[in-house]
Every structure is written in C-alpha cells, then in structure tokens.
Design a protein around this ligand. Structure first.
Ligand SMILES: [Zn+2]
Length: 481
C-alpha cells in the first residue's frame, strides 16, 4: 500500500526532513498529555488540536497511526490540589481527566487511540528504574528516593541545545542533600504518609514525572518509535529527561525518530499556564464560542509560532472568520442533504470539477509540507469565492454539488472544520426542524410570542439558528457545543 510522502520539521535535528516510518505503514505517535489537577485551558487545547490534525492527515495519507497520549494522574500538583479540597488524589485526577475528555470530544479531537494513566504502569516504571540502577545511571538516596545521574549520560542537553554547566543553578542555591549533583532528577519519590504509594526495591514510593513517559512508550510503542510531540515548553527539562532515561535504559537511540513541538499560546505576551494563573478555561470558551471558531483560531497560524490569545478579541474575530469560511460549505451541505446524489439539475460548468480536485491535491500538498494549516485555510477561503462566482447553487445536480463540496470534505476530514452538530440517527434534524418551525409560525400567528421565542431558544440550544426573512424562516446549524 502506498502512503503519501511528507516533510516535517524535526526539533531534534533542527531541520525539515522527509518522514520515513520505522515499519510502514505503521506510525507510533506519542504526545505528552495532561496532568489533570484542574480544568484544561485553551493553551492545552492548541497542542491537542494540532496533533489531532497530524493524526488525521497521516491516516488520510494511508499511515496506520497508533496515537498514545499519557495522563499524569498522580504528581505533586494533583496531591496538593486534592489536599486542599479533601479529595482522593486519584479520584480527583480521574474526574478532571473525564472533564478534559468531554471538552476534547466537543472540539472534535477523537484521534487518540489510548490515554494511559501513569499509575497503571507502575510495574513498567519500577522495571525501568531497576535497569537504570543496575546499569549505574541512577542511584538510591538515603530516604528511599531514586535519582537519575545526569552526568552519566553524555548526550544530555542535545535535544534542547543546552549545556549541562548552564543548567546548574549555581552556588546561590543549596544542593538538595539527596542529590549527587543539582541537575540530577528524581525518578522514584519515597512515600509520604497519606499519599498513594507502591512497593519497590527501594522502599514504598511513587513515580517521578519523566519516567512515566519512557516506561509507557517502551511498553506501548517500543524502544524506538516514530513521532514524539508536545508543547515547546516541554522540550526542557521534560523531553531531555525522557531521552536520557530511555536511551540509557535501552541503549537504543534515538528514542523517537522525529520530535514535533507546537508553539505556545500567549496571553499578553506570557505563556498561558495554570501555575501563572493567566488562563482561559477551555470549557467556558467552548460554551461561549463553540468548537469550530476555536479550531480555526488555532489552525489559522503556523503551528510552531507563538500565538497571542486576546480573550476580548481573538474568538470574536475567529467566529466571524469562521462564518465567512463555512457559509458556502454549509449551503452546499444543506442542498446535498436535501436532494442527495440523485438530485437533478445542471452539471458544473466546464473545468470546475477539475479545479475542485486540483485544490484537494493542493491542500494535501500543503499539509505534507510541515502541516501548513494556515495556507490550507487561505486556499479554502479562495474556494469559497470561487463557489460564490457560480451564482445560484440550487440549479446544480447532486453530483455537481458534491464536486463543489470536495475541498470542504477535505477540511472536515483533516482540519476538523465544517462539522455540523450531530444530526442524530439518519439526519432526523432536517425533518424535525420544519415541524418546530411550523409550530412557531402558528404561535406567532395567534400572537403567542412567548411561545414562539421559547421554540426559537430551544432550537438554538441544539445549535439550530433561525433567520426570519420576507420569504419565511431559514434555518442552519451553527457551530456550537
Ligand atoms: Zn510527557
């Protein structure tokens, strides 16, 4: 089976490279996921939407992607937050993770195959730590914690381009007496009473952060896999630590053949982060603007660049922009829904079908050049203008309309745009809404405007927007939660 060739910017080699999978057409994709101690924000979602597009594009191109995104369901922040609220830490993380999944579902991020919890991989974590201790890369401190000794791994710093000497906090900071050197990092934390802990050869404790990723990927994706992704802020120390742990433990390098890092979402020029408190909650943004404007906002930028999020402006503009982008797509989809492929009518003017096919090819080519989503969106805007030039669309046959929809079908499949809210089994909405509109028209005719408004609001809550005009009421699905 043939797969499409594509280029990707690899942070490890700092160059744009042709992608070559280890075992084509399989692709192992691992993306650092959530530490679910509180609600997800729109900065997290930027990363998740980008890697969703990566997985969608690769699958379209014939790759069989196995996409794993870990869940750090136990760490210091989870424990601290649970202590504040009086919750069980693992229960709190589980609840927050489910909320995150619900938001991902609304956003159309459904490409992840597996969301493993760190605490489900304790045997793998303990086994990897034992290997590191046996090989002399890690040591047990007096309190029963285990540290990775950075000086033992010569390539440390290569991924992020840092030098170990620069990492030393210097004499100003007191050295943790448990560490041999300041840059050493903990991979097994000795148990604190009252916290979840597991037995280990070094005494009871729980996993450190970085080791969960390498223990999981070793198990799920092998010693070496294709693509590792995450936000650019994770490159140091987290991804550097992953490389050190995995490559020391297995002797296999590189851990991942390609490293993809997404740019940060900034709020007033500063990274959006829970610890800084400058966040816009994802669920609240989805409630207010719906998923499609948010996806457009993320994807209408180069994925590696920082993106400024203005809570007052960004999504108001994105909603308007999405309205313009999606209007022809929505109109075409409505007409196709109404008549299906059998719909009779004119064929498209000469050459238009070919233009549509060429555009789809061009869209794939853009994505295949390091995921140029912004350029793809610009091409879709142009297509909307082209469709507009054709004038009244109702005269075309079902086949003609489907031809015009081709580039939008691509946008739906790869970018996750143009998705209309679920229409229930067998597209029942197109039958239900006219019935509701008739009831509303009767209510208005008898002067019961409260009832008419109630019907309008009930439809709006389901994502159906009404527009009263001289020829009656038109309706459309709008992108909403
Ligand atoms: Zn990670």
């Amino acid at each position: 089976m043939s797969v499409r060739r594509f280029h990707v910017y690899d942070s490890r080699t700092r160059e744009t490279r042709v992608f070559a999978p280890i075992t084509p057409p399989r692709v192992g994709l691992y993306v650092c996921g959530m530490t679910p101690y509180s609600a997800a924000h729109v900065g997290h979602a930027r990363t998740m939407v980008f890697f969703d597009v990566v997985a969608r594009a690769l699958r379209r191109w014939g790759y069989r992607v196995f996409y794993v995104q870990n869940v750090t369901n136990l760490d210091d922040k989870v424990i601290a937050r649970a202590a504040e609220s009086g919750d069980d830490p693992l229960g709190l993380a589980d609840h927050q993770f489910r909320e995150y999944l619900a938001s991902m579902e609304r956003l159309g991020v459904r490409s992840v195959n597996l969301y493993p919890y760190a605490t489900d991989y304790v045997p793998e974590i303990v086994a990897q730590i034992r290997t590191l201790v046996d090989k002399g890369y890690a040591y047990r401190a007096d309190d029963g914690s285990v540290y990775f000794e950075v000086a033992k791994f010569a390539p440390y710093g290569a991924l992020s381009g840092q030098r170990v000497e620069e990492l030393r906090p210097g004499a100003r900071l007191e050295l943790d007496p448990r560490k041999r050197s300041p840059e050493d990092f903990v991979i097994w934390k000795s148990a604190t009473p009252g916290e979840p802990s597991w037995e280990s050869p070094w005494g009871p404790g729980r996993p450190g952060w970085h080791i969960e990723d390498t223990a999981m990927t070793g198990r799920l994706l092998g010693d070496r896999y294709d693509l590792h992704g995450g936000g650019i802020d994770l490159i140091f120390p987290h991804h550097e630590a992953e490389v050190a742990l995995a490559e020391s433990a297995t002797g296999v390098a590189p851990l991942a053949n390609y490293w993809l890092h997404g740019g940060l979402l900034l709020l007033e020029g500063t990274k959006m982060s829970k610890s800084l408190g400058n966040v816009a909650r994802l669920d609240a943004v989805l409630d207010e603007y719906g998923p499609m404007p948010l996806r457009l906002f993320y994807l209408n930028a180069s994925y590696r660049s920082p993106l400024e999020f203005d809570p007052e402006k960004s999504l108001v503009e994105a909603r308007e922009a999405y309205g313009r982008l999606a209007q022809p797509a929505t109109r075409l989809a409505e007409l196709i829904d109404r008549g299906g492929a059998e719909r009779e009518g004119e064929e498209l003017p000469d050459g238009v079908e070919v233009e549509a096919d060429d555009l789809v090819e061009r869209l794939d080519t853009l994505l295949a050049s390091d995921f140029a989503t912004r350029e793809a969106i610009a091409a879709l805007y142009s297509w909307g203008r082209r469709v507009g030039e054709l004038g009244n669309l109702t005269r075309f046959s079902g086949a003609g309309l489907s031809g015009l929809y081709g580039p939008y079908a691509w946008g739906e499949e790869v970018l996750g745009l143009f998705v209309r809210p679920a229409t229930g089994a067998s597209g029942a909405w197109s039958e239900i809404v006219p019935v509701a509109l008739e009831a509303r028209a009767r209510a208005r005719a008898r002067g019961d405007f409260a009832e008419a408004d109630r019907i309008r609001d009930a439809l709006a809550a389901q994502g159906v927007r009404l527009e009263d005009g001289p020829d009656g009421t038109r309706w459309e699905f709008v992108a909403s939660g």
